[in-house]
Design a protein. Structure first.
Length: 209
C-alpha cells in the first residue's frame, strides 16, 4: 500500500471476502514431461517405475528423479524432469522460448489437448521415443474443485483474468478454470511468465471476471 500498488479495499477484497474464500496462490511450472507406461519402459527399461522425490500441488502428482533429453530439429534440451504418475498419453510441456531452441512450432494448449501439436524425439538411458505429437506450451489455468468454483460463481472451462500485486504487479488474461473433484486450489503459470512479472511460488492472485 505504501508504494501505491494496492489499496486497502483491494487487500480486503482479496484476503477477507464476504464468503471467507481461501486465497488463490500461484504454482510456477517449468518444462517437464508426463510419460505413458509404454514410453517409460522404452526410455528406462522394461518394468521400470518412477522414483518420487517431491509431491506436487495436485493430489497424487509428483516430481520424479528421472529426466529425459528432448531432441528437436534445431536443438537439444537435457535434464527435463519426468512427473508422475504415468498417463495414458505422453505429454511434453515446454516454455515458449524452448520452441525456438528446439525448432518446433509453438502450440499453447491445456493439458491433455494434444491434437495437431508438434512432435519431438525423447532420449532416455535405455532407448529413444519419437513422438508424432504431444509438445505444448501450457495455457494459464487455475485448478479447483467444483465446490470452489461454485463459491466463486465460476465453472469449468470458463476463461478469466487474474490480478496480482508487487513491484511489477498487473493482470494476465486468458486464464482457464479447471474444476474437477481432484483439483487442489492453485493457479499455474510457467517460469517465463513468472519471471517477467516478478511472481513466485506462493504469490497470491485475485480472479477478475
Amino acid at each position: 500500500m505504501d508504494k501505491g500498488l494496492w489499496t486497502k479495499n483491494d487487500l480486503q477484497n482479496l484476503l477477507h471476502s464476504e464468503q471467507d474464500l481461501p486465497p488463490i496462490t500461484v504454482g510456477v511450472s517449468g518444462r517437464h514431461i508426463h510419460l505413458s507406461k509404454e514410453h517409460l519402459c522404452e526410455l528406462f527399461g522394461e518394468g521400470y517405475k518412477l522414483t518420487p522425490i517431491k509431491d506436487l500441488s495436485q493430489p497424487g502428482q509428483f516430481a520424479s528423479k528421472e529426466c529425459v533429453t528432448l531432441v528437436g530439429p534445431k536443438g537439444v534440451i537435457e535434464k527435463v524432469r519426468v512427473l508422475g504418475p504415468v498417463r495414458s498419453q505422453t505429454q511434453v510441456e515446454v516454455l515458449a522460448g524452448d520452441t525456438f531452441k528446439l525448432g518446433i512450432p509453438l502450440a499453447i494448449r491445456l493439458s491433455g489437448h494434444l491434437n495437431d501439436t508438434p512432435g519431438i524425439t525423447l532420449c532416455g538411458p535405455k532407448g529413444t521415443v519419437v513422438l508424432s505429437e504431444g509438445v505444448i506450451v501450457a495455457a494459464r489455468h487455475i485448478h479447483m474443485t467444483p465446490e470452489d468454483a461454485n463459491r466463486r460463481e465460476l465453472h469449468d472451462g470458463q476463461v478469466v483474468s487474474i490480478k496480482f500485486g508487487g513491484i511489477r504487479g498487473g493482470r494476465l488474461d486468458n486464464v482457464v478454470i479447471r474444476a474437477n473433484e481432484s483439483g487442489a486450489l492453485d493457479c499455474h503459470i510457467d517460469t517465463e511468465e513468472a519471471n517477467a512479472l516478478h511472481i513466485k511460488n506462493g504469490s497470491i492472485v485475485e480472479i477478475v471476471k
